[in-house]
Design a binder for this molecule. Structure first.
Ligand code: C2E
Ligand code: MG
Ligand code: MG
Ligand code: MG
Length: 277
């Protein structure tokens, strides 16, 4: 009986794995045409400066609504797009759309775009950024490019050079999800970052967890002493907002401030027609 159960369990797992592989394969195939089918869309999540509670910018977040299916979250389809290379044209589309949206906002409001490490291997990256800015007539200092530590993981000079050249265009470079990677702090700080974002896993532990408090305080202090902005991601409660402000963060993002919204809603928020939570 035990043997039989074991065999059934094994068969069950084989089937589940085969189904999952099949699903990923199907997703990867439909992702290839998602751009032409206009199934991709951007949402914009507000960032609030803590010194005066003003919305200083929005982060562009990619959404995929495949025809006849439920929305697929970016944490699931971006790795697939990275594997297949589709992230290159998709990433260029995100840059263009985000710049176009920001061009309609007041001059002191920025837009942040996430860059995949795979985009760094594309020789087109610099031209794509330059073209997106020019096409939208957007001042470069209104574009922030978010990269994670993985971009600098192998301590490679090539990616560091690309970051410096991007920054020479006048755009701002942001270190995203800080604290989750494995790079050395000394090395990271050689890169030309204008802002650090504290990963939301640390904010989630506020205000109760001692380790979370220590980490957020350390990153906030780093920002203060380096003279660069620190954004707390994933702020969901008033208590977290107070805690991150107290620990030196200068900006907050998260459901308490506002959920990701359409470009039109973002525009309305800025003109005061609507308010977020
Ligand atoms: P990220 O860059 O760290 O973006 C922040 C993520 O946290 C977003 O998830 C956002 O919706 C979520 N978030 C914001 N506030 C809260 C909160 O208060 N609570 C919780 N639980 N979550 C919150 P999303 O939109 O699912 O994106 C996930 C990741 O996918 C992003 O993480 C980013 O790494 C990647 N991504 C999204 N859009 C793009 C893109 O256009 N290009 C690339 N390369 N990556 C993207
Ligand atoms: Mg980001
Ligand atoms: Mg982030
Ligand atoms: Mg994150």
């Amino acid at each position: 009986r035990a043997k039989r159960d074991g065999r059934d369990a094994a068969r069950f797992f084989d089937c589940a794995m085969a189904e999952e592989a099949e699903r990923r394969h199907g997703l990867r195939r439909s992702l290839a045409s998602a751009l032409e089918q206009a199934e991709l869309s951007l949402r914009f999540q507000p960032l609030r400066r803590l010194s005066d509670d003003r919305v200083t910018g929005f982060e562009a977040l990619l959404r995929w609504f495949p025809e006849g299916q439920d929305a697929v979250p970016p944490t699931e389809f971006i790795p697939l797009a990275e594997e297949s290379g589709a992230i290159i044209p998709i990433g260029e589309w995100v840059l263009r759309e985000a710049c176009k949206a920001a061009a309609l906002w007041p001059d002191d409001v920025r837009v942040a775009v996430n860059l995949s490490p795979v985009q760094f291997r594309s020789p087109r990256l610099l031209a794509a950024v330059r073209e997106a800015l020019a096409d939208a007539s957007l001042a470069p200092n209104r574009l922030e490019l978010e990269v994670t530590e993985s971009v600098l993981l192998q301590e490679d000079q090539a990616n560091l050079d690309i970051l410096c050249r991007l920054r020479d265009l006048g755009v701002r470079i942001v270190l995203d999800d800080f604290g989750t990677g494995y790079s050395s702090l000394a090395y990271l700080l050689r890169a030309p970052f204008d802002k650090i974002k504290v990963d939301r896993s640390f904010v989630a532990g506020l205000p109760d967890r001692r380790e979370s408090r220590a980490i957020v305080r350390a990153i906030g202090g780093l920002g203060l002493s380096l003279g660069i902005a620190v954004t707390a991601e994933g702020v969901e409660t008033e208590a977290q907002l107070r805690a991150v402000a107290e620990k030196g963060c200068s900006e907050a993002q998260g459901s308490l401030i506002g959920f990701p919204m359409t470009a039109r809603e973002a525009g309305a928020l800025l003109t005061g027609l609507r308010r977020v939570a």
